[in-house]
Design a protein around this ligand. Structure first.
Ligand code: AMP
Length: 420
């Protein structure tokens, strides 16, 4: 071990486990790629104001969890705590919304940073794959995103997750509800912090995890009873479309989520095998966000799924992903000349698209075969001096144990056939 360790709340992704992370990222993004979403990458840090305005001044994410700092040049920046504000900022900056092709559909994958109290499933550096559909108000778009996330999880073999669905209303009906909720909260026995939150962002109080608070909230007014006709109709259409695609969901009239910018459709994917950090992903509609960060009105919807927690969910369900072996062929040279010849063969195989590895360093046959075994390769190629003289290599099928000579010139075609 070195003098240094990974910082608190972080961990390293190392082989072989890292392969599962890649597979999860791939599985989550695959449905997006075949649904018109283009890949976007934005910087790991942004102007701190973008998050203050875009995520919300009263959210824990901004007030407590943001890695904000001043650069030597005096700029106030923050490591990104989430993806939506950055992606929308980038889309506006590049004028993607003016190209006449709305909605602009984008997907991303990357690292996010929150100064949280670390525990299993909650880290200070974590990884998300996300999707945003910018500039269209259409219940089918909300439904599309939920269906794609559901497809992604199912393709991974996950079954024990649930989709919680709610509508947060819009700028017509939410203020009315907000006032009613505030009125209700003022009559409760709450600590000072919570009362303050009730004044700034009363909906967030519904999200309070403490039992003493939840008990008092039993009779709290519900937003669904305050939705305007337009929001009600919109939500009904989202629900009907999901049902028609065979996607099961649960209505959760108390679902609010931790970010300020959501309007109308709000959803969360929760996994029942994860304990307290059960949210594997979430998202919703954010019709007002563009204007909040200085853009034009662009109703939009998106989600972000946590890669770390999705991997934990796979573990919780005991799902093992079918990962292709990293190496198909492992080459073992015995002697200097064999080393040169076989190294060239490995290069040839690799250039032809066959995953091949080589026994490096001066190991004996036994040590080299151990490496071959560990590599998971289906075939090994062994070349000794006598083989060289005869122009052959010994090809061994590691599954059946069968072994026999193959002419050096025929190695590529033989392996192409046998691996097909
Ligand atoms: P949020 O933006 O908070 O809704 O986060 C979306 C998803 O990102 C969550 O459902 C989690 O899967 C993941 N996530 C958020 N915060 C963390 C964290 N601190 N550690 C690990 N995953 C996280």
């Amino acid at each position: 071990m070195s003098t240094f360790q990974a910082p608190k709340g972080t961990y390293d992704l190392i082989p072989p486990d890292s392969a599962r992370f890649l597979a999860v990222r791939e599985a989550i993004s695959a449905p997006l790629k075949r649904s018109g979403y283009g890949y976007i990458e934005t910087p790991g840090f942004e102007n701190v104001e973008l998050f203050a305005r875009g995520v919300g001044e009263s959210t824990d994410i901004v007030t407590k969890e943001m890695y904000a700092f001043e650069t030597k040049g005096g700029d106030r920046l923050a490591l990104r705590p989430e993806g939506t504000a950055s992606v929308l900022r980038a889309a506006l900056e590049a004028n993607l919304h003016k190209a006449g092709n709305l909605p602009v559909k984008l997907w991303y994958s990357g690292s996010y940073y929150r100064y949280e109290r670390p525990q299993k499933g909650r880290y200070r550096h974590f990884s998300q794959v996300g999707a945003e559909a910018i500039g269209a108000e259409d219940p089918a778009l909300d439904a599309e995103l939920i269906v794609l996330a559901d497809d992604a999880y199912r393709s991974l073999g996950l079954r024990e997750f649930r989709i919680l669905l709610n509508s947060l209303g819009d700028k017509e009906c939410r203020p009315v509800y907000r006032a009613a909720l505030q009125e209700f909260l003022r009559g409760l026995d709450l600590d000072e912090d919570t009362l303050r939150r009730a004044e700034i962002n009363p909906l967030r109080v519904l999200d309070d995890k403490r039992e003493a608070v939840q008990k008092q909230l039993a009779d709290a007014p519900l937003l669904r009873d305050y939705l305007c006709d337009a929001c009600k109709a919109y939500h009904e259409e989202v629900r009907a479309l999901l049902t028609a695609q065979g996607v099961a969901y649960e209505d959760d009239p108390r679902l609010v989520r931790g970010l300020d910018y959501y309007t109308r459709t709000t959803f969360e994917f929760v996994h029942d095998g994860l304990g307290s950090q059960s949210a594997v992903g979430g998202g919703g509609r954010y019709d007002g966000l563009s204007e909040m960060i200085g853009g034009p009105a662009l109703p939009s919807v998106g989600w972000a799924l946590g890669v770390d927690r999705t991997v934990l969910a796979l573990e919780a369900e005991g799902v093992t992903l079918e990962l292709p072996a990293a190496t198909s062929v492992f080459a073992v040279p015995l002697g200097e000349e064999a080393r040169r010849v076989l190294f060239a063969k490995v290069t040839e195989l690799r250039r032809a698209g066959i995953a091949a590895d080589f026994s490096f360093g001066s190991k004996g046959l036994k040590g080299a075969m151990k490496n071959a075994n560990r590599s998971g390769a289906r075939f090994t190629l062994v070349v000794g001096e006598r083989d060289l003289a005869e122009g052959v290599a010994q090809l061994k099928d590691m599954e059946s144990g069968e072994q026999g000579p193959v002419r050096l010139d025929d190695i590529l075609t033989t392996l192409q056939e046998r691996l097909a």
